[in-house]
Structure formats: C-alpha cells, structure tokens
Design a protein around this ligand. Structure first.
Ligand code: SF4
Length: 237
C-alpha cells in the first residue's frame, strides 16, 4: 500500500521528478513555514467554530446567499489536522492510501456538503478573475478542493460540486499599524470536477512503485537556478 498525500499529487502534477525526489527518496527543497498564513488559517478556524458550535450560518454565508452552516461532525478535528492523518481513503485493490487535511466543510439543509479552504494574500486590489487568468496557482487551489471533494465522496458523503475559497486580503496601506493587521474578506466560488483525481492517484502510485526517474520541468525556477549554480561550480572548480 503506497501512502500519498494531497500535496504529493499536486507535486506529481507539477513535476514528476520533484515528486519522486520528495516522496520516494525524501529529498526536499527547503522551505520556510508560512507562519502568517498559518495564523490566518487558525483565526478563521476559531471564528467558523464559533458558528459551528451554535449551528448558525457564518455572516459570510448570509451575505452570499449560501444556505448552510459549518458542518458538525465528530471527525472534524481529525480531518483538519495533518498530524492526525486528515481525511483519507484506502484502496486495497489499487494499492494506495490517499489523504489530505481540509480547512472546513459546510452543510446545506439537504445534508450536501460544501468544501472550503482559507487563503491569505495581500494585494492592493483583489481581483480573482485577473489572478485566475494570469497565474497557475489558482488552478492548484481548485485542484486542492477537488481532491478534498473526492475524499469526502469516497467516505460516503454527498458533496456539492460548488466549493469556496475564503480569501483574506491583508491591507498594507493603512496609515497606522498599531500591531493590528486588517483584512478584507472575499468569497470565491468555484465550480469543481473531481473526475481526474483517481486517474492521477493511480499514475502517481505506479510511478512511485517503478524504478523510473522522470525528467524535471523546463519552466521550474528552482531547477533553472540549480542548473546555473552547477554550471558556475564547474567553471570555478
Ligand atoms: S524542475 Fe527540478 S526543482 Fe523544479 S520541481 Fe522539478 S525536480 Fe523540482
């Protein structure tokens, strides 16, 4: 049984070489933790939990005509914690165990679940359509939601194709700081489709099980940097 995380599949889709380096050989590009983003995630979690406890809609739902409340479930804390394994699905016959840690789930009156994820940024003007058309990372956010939808469906839940990004935009041009970072809140609705997930999972698992060492991506800044560094080394030594 090969264990693969949601971030592993995202890495597989972005660059198969880095996927194998990281998830098979445990060689990882060092990265600092995004501590401010983690703080925003945690504050949002606390706020949504307040409404979960009361089984009332978050004001954001009312503003955006979303008929739902934060989902109350005994496994909610496990699903949200990667240290506890998040939400997972094991397929014995195909030989994989897939898992991911979610931010939040909301429930409609008919029992259908809505997957959401918290994001933080700091832009002068928040324009999702422009961000979507000019960058690759919003598509990764959509894939992230689709993988969570797939996991919840595999765990027996009915899940809406609609998913949401709860987006906090940090205001950086305030006249006074006063040790308080202010945010504007945006809700981004995404129409998702998880049909690709199983195929990607099986291909990633097969690659892990093989002896193949795939090539790197030509567009990757990190690899270009490492190649240039290597070339300089060869000249100097
Ligand atoms: S191209 Fe190189 S550094 Fe970039 S993701 Fe792939 S293996 Fe990693």
């Amino acid at each position: 049984m090969i264990k693969i995380s949601r971030t592993g599949i995202e890495q597989y889709l972005k660059c198969k070489r880095c996927f194998i380096l990281q998830y098979k050989h445990r060689v990882k590009v060092p990265m600092l933790p995004f501590t401010l983003n983690i703080a925003v995630d945690n504050l949002a979690k606390n706020e949504f939990d307040y409404f979960r406890e009361k089984q009332e809609p978050h004001p954001l739902f009312l503003e955006n005509n979303i008929d739902a409340v934060p989902f109350m479930h005994p496994s909610m804390d496990k699903w949200r914690d990667f240290r506890k394994g998040g939400i997972s699905y094991a397929n014995e016959s195909d030989g994989y165990h897939f898992w991911g840690a979610i931010d939040d789930v909301w429930m409609k009156p008919n029992g259908e679940l809505i997957i959401s994820d918290v994001k933080a940024t700091s832009r002068k003007e928040f324009n999702w359509d422009k961000t979507w058309s000019e960058n690759d990372y919003p598509k990764a956010y959509k894939r992230q939601l689709e993988m969570y939808q797939w996991l919840f469906r595999k765990n027996g839940f009915t899940v809406s194709n609609k998913a949401y990004l709860v987006y906090y935009n940090g205001l950086k041009n305030e006249p006074m700081f006063n040790q308080a970072l202010k945010f504007e809140l945006h809700l981004v609705e995404l129409q998702c489709n998880d049909e690709w997930v199983e195929d990607a999972l099986i291909k990633a698992k097969d690659l892990m099980a093989s002896d193949e060492f795939p090539g790197g991506s030509k567009n990757c800044d990190t690899c270009q940097y490492l190649k240039k560094r290597w070339n300089v080394n060869k000249v100097i030594e």
